[in-house]
Design a protein around this ligand. Sequence first.
Ligand code: TMP
Length: 207
Amino acid sequence: MFITLEGPDGSGKTSQMQPLAEAIRAAGYDLVVTREPGGTPIGDEVRQVIMDLNHKGQMHPTTEILLFQASRAQLVNEVIRPALAAGVVVLCDRYADSTLAYQGYGHQTDLATLRRIVEFATGGLTPDLTLLLDIDVEAGLRRRAEDGGQWNRMDAYQLEFHRRVRAGYHELAAQEPARWVTVDADRDPAAIQADLQRIVLERLQGR
Ligand code: TMP
């Protein structure tokens, strides 16, 4: 079973990963935990390129889109497909839906084009379950600032961008209700974690 976690920046997604992984393992499942961009030696190098050049503002949006797919193609073929073929559960922090939400809805790149590129990168591998950690944009950015981020430097454009990303996630979830489960992430982390564990273990046990 292939499970992904998605959400806007500051949704607390990454800190929910480890306790969720521990709960899945404690329930007796073999599990591989990974993340995007990255998750393989090559993918981690690609991640560095995306992050470094982004900071300098030099990367063309098309280049960025293709680098996310390069990292993803490597992860799918080196880690995810072999694990699934061996009957191992895979838990991934972000996946193809991040490209649709950020590059598609956020940066307003043509969605049909993005879907074709994503399909090429993944060979059509789609998660069985996608958990959306949903949080109001201002609350998410504030949370990020508390973790040492830069909310004060977020200008109006960036706020609009993050609002489009969140709305995009809502649209993606509405299009495939059997795959997506939305969890309110503007709550105590322990309450969020309890929901995540319940949803995932129910799905795993139902298979
Ligand atoms: P992270 O904060 O979860 O490590 O993700 C890094 C950033 O990369 C985050 O702002 C979302 C963004 N991203 C995309 O824009 N497109 C993608 O396809 C992926 C995987 C991440």
